[in-house]
Design a protein around this ligand. Sequence first.
Ligand SMILES: Cc1ncc(COP(=O)(O)O)c(C=O)c1O
Length: 396
Amino acid sequence: MTLTTTNFEQTAAREAEFQLATYKKMKLAAVRGRGAWVETSEGERFLDLYGGHAVAATGHCHPHVVEAIRAQAGELLFYSNLVYSEVRARAAEKLVSCAPAGITKAFFCNSGTEANENAMRMARMFTGRENIITFTGGFHGRTADAISATFLGKYREIGRPNVPGHLCAEFGSIASVAALADETVAAVMLEPIQSMAGVRQAQPEFYGALRELCDARGMLLIYDEVQTGVGRTGEWFFAGSKTGANVVPDIITLAKALGSGVPVGACLTTETVAAHIKENDLGTTFGGGMLAMAAVNATLEAIERDGMLENARTLEGYLRESLKVVPEVARVRGAGLLLGIEFTDEIAAKIHQGLLNEHIITGTSSDARVLRLLPPLCLKREEVDLFVEALKRVLS
Ligand SMILES: Cc1ncc(COP(=O)(O)O)c(C=O)c1O
């Protein structure tokens, strides 16, 4: 029997009846999306500055992405990595061509946590060492190894008993990394901008110092770019960007925006690391499937063709400028369209709800003062104006 949804209450009640209650949900049922807008079952439109948690970088239902997925679905939905595929070859080539010089190889998987698990495994295989240094405030996913690498609030506790092989350094402190970096350490892994922690960024010198320390002590450097990657910061990646002091890590992990909503993750790495990875060292059934690969190609093409990297940088500037007149805003953190609006008080949750009442979706973070914006990279100036006006109303 096919159940049809007629209104929000019915949908919400059925989700509650048949699903685990693992998410604190906003009171709306999304049925349709276009650009930066989401339409609900009640026909209401919401401006989505959360981007479905940084996934909808190309905007909701970008026509080029939708068309590519439709076309691929009619040809071949899936075949495993045991056969070659032109659409997979194109996705790997295109993705590597967007990456900074020196990053030459891709491995496809299905999610951010899985990309991080594989990145840590690669580092352990490459160095023959076991420990991974990660940072206070970093979030890396919810599977066993990734959650054990996560030193943010309650998350590590949820994953108990944590797996061994993890050390924690203070984000932004090179001395604290140096104190842990002995011959047991395979890699240092970080979110170069810590999103969930409230869009925290280290001083530019930190990234260069980390690169030097990793080289000096035989450790790999892994950037978890699950949020910062695929154009979010106004560059293809934080890795190799000016914002990131031009530092290139040994491994970059990606997910979220990579397939515009079709689940896909990836690890990108260098020729040197790749040379150590042999048949059967890594693998996953769905990684590199044709539908996901078509989505990757179309996502990267759409970002390029529509000039979304430049748009993200321009609108970052416009947002920062527009927010200068709001006295309750202490500062704006982040880069491109990964922004944390820091208020003078711990009011982010209230503002989030107030904006939702104004039909604007934003994100909170583990910092009660910080409201997060992760909108589609095709955001328009008029949409920023709508947000700033609504924010002023909510604050008053
Ligand atoms: C920086 C970062 N790494 C890893 C993950 C985990 O990704 P996924 O939920 O796709 O497993 C997330 C998810 O929010 C993330 O923000």
